[in-house]
Design a protein around this ligand. Structure first.
Ligand code: PBG
Length: 328
């Protein structure tokens, strides 16, 4: 191998065209999944204070937003519900309402923008009055009864027209049980995107404000979400989800956990995604608003880093903004 002065890596960095000719990764519209917070309030938009630029979207404004996303070329939307606290309960019954917020939202989007894929979260936290992703008894989160309910919920979302269900609860065994429940009802072609390696993270703070679970949450989620110290365990989570029939795998949060993405992709070679979560979004926006960083530039750089780490796609609140930049 030759070295300097025969080799000069700067030769290929000289011009725009040389840099693009030799670039190793590309970010495209096809990589973007727009994470959207839907509210059951009778409004069009309501800003989320801790997420500048992000609105809770009311059902009245949803068709327009779905059309806008389709026109921008965004391939898929991931939906998250902000529901009236009066509908929350300890047994999360609202999660099983066939005419609930998310089933209604799915129908509106399907009608307005039929070419957009719809990914729905399967978890109980928007519906429980204690803010946990599962059913609770005497301060403990019950695994198997929660899984049972997640299966019911996944089926309702499938029947409402979801294209992909994404269990985000981190209960053991839920992917396999959801797979069997869906298959038993004729949904054998509906894909499961597993939140396979989801960490107990402080980066979810703004999201919990956005869907109204922050004040409700008693304790934390460390008995089911993963310890940020662990990487080997993430591989075990993915391995189990592969056996249980998951089609796509997600790491969450995103940027601080890119080493996990790279390891999962290298080890299993499956469709691998990452979620650039609310706190990551908020940090970039806050610094940009203060004029401390160039917001658009850091947005695009961060998205490219997901690709370089091995992501097939990125769930991000930046999707519409990034799509505008990519479309230029
Ligand atoms: C939980 C769930 C979380 C997010 C989406 N669904 C995390 C949590 O509250 O524990 C976080 C999304 C984000 O921070 O953007 N089912």
């Amino acid at each position: 191998m030759s070295t300097y002065p025969t080799t000069r890596l700067r030769r290929l960095r000289r011009t725009d065209w040389l840099r693009s000719l030799t670039s190793e990764n590309r970010l495209s519209l096809d990589d973007l999944i727009w994470t959207v917070i839907i509210t059951d309030q009778d409004i069009d938009f309501e800003p989320v204070p801790s997420m500048p630029g992000v609105n809770r979207i009311g059902l009245k404004a949803l068709a327009g937003e779905a059309k806008r996303a389709q026109a921008l070329g965004i391939p898929a939307i991931a939906l998250f519900p902000h529901i009236n606290p009066k509908l929350k309960s300890s047994d999360a019954q609202e999660a099983l309402n066939e005419d609930g917020l998310i089933p209604l939202a799915i129908k509106i989007i399907k009608q307005a923008a039929p070419d957009i894929g719809i990914i729905v979260d399967v978890a109980l936290d928007p519906y429980t009055d204690h803010g946990h992703d599962g059913l609770m008894q005497d301060g403990l989160i019950l695994n198997d009864p929660s899984v049972d309910m997640l299966c019911d919920s996944a089926l309702i979302l499938a029947q409402a027209g979801a294209d992909i269900v994404a269990p985000s609860d981190m209960m053991d065994g839920r992917v396999g049980e959801i797979r069997s429940r869906l298959d038993a009802h004729g949904f054998e072609d509906l894909a499961i995107m597993s939140y396979a390696a989801k960490y107990a993270s402080g980066f979810y703070g703004p999201y919990r404000d956005a869907i109204g679970t922050a004040t409700a949450l008693t304790g934390d989620k460390r008995t089911y979400q993963m310890d940020p110290a662990n990487a080997q365990e993430a591989l075990r989570e993915v391995e189990l989800d592969i056996y249980e029939g998951a089609d796509m795998f997600m790491v969450k949060p995103g940027l601080p956990y890119l080493d996990i993405v790279t390891r999962i992709k290298a080890e299993f070679g499956r469709p691998t995604f990452a979620f650039q979560v609310s706190g990551e979004y908020a940090m970039i926006m806050a610094a940009a608003q203060n004029g401390w960083i160039d917001g658009d530039r850091v947005m695009m750089e961060s998205l490219m880093c997901f690709k370089r780490a091995g992501c097939d796609g990125i769930l991000t609140y930046f999707a519409p903004k990034a799509a505008e930049v990519l479309g230029r």
